[in-house]
Design a protein around this ligand. Structure first.
Ligand code: ZN
Ligand code: ZN
Length: 128
């Protein structure tokens, strides 16, 4: 099979994609080797058990299960390239996360950075 390799990620075969990811992670690991943990990472490390317990509780709460599934579905869609991550709608921060105005529509989200997202949820909680 003579297929021209255009070098575009989407044109890669599954095998090539796997290699690409392995290589990408290897470079990332090398680059970050020996780097000290950021404060947040350190906190997460120190509070791993607490966090895991919290996640477990959160996931097992039937009220949250729908929300959790929506988030997972969204993340999968982003990873598969079905949905493109957008910068924060409020401050243009490229590090954004999907906010679900309606958890029954997992792929319909507003893109917000962590801080705008937190502010929005604070507002929503205050309005309730
Ligand atoms: Zn923002
Ligand atoms: Zn949200």
């Amino acid at each position: 099979m003579a297929r021209k390799n255009t070098g575009k990620y989407k044109d890669l075969s599954l095998e090539e994609k796997k290699k690409y990811h392995a290589e990408y992670h290897r470079i990332w690991r090398d680059k970050n080797k020996g780097k000290t943990y950021s404060r947040e990472q350190q906190w997460r490390k120190d509070n791993k058990d607490k966090l895991n317990a919290w996640y477990k509780k959160y996931r097992n709460n039937p009220l949250n299960q729908k929300n959790y599934r929506a988030v997972v579905k969204l993340n999968v869609a982003v990873r598969l390239g079905k949905i493109k991550r957008q910068p924060c709608e409020i401050c243009d921060n490229p590090k954004s996360q999907g906010h679900h105005p309606d958890y029954s529509k997992p792929l319909k989200v507003n893109w917000l950075c962590i801080s705008c997202h937190a502010k929005l949820h604070k507002k929503i909680r205050a309005e309730k």
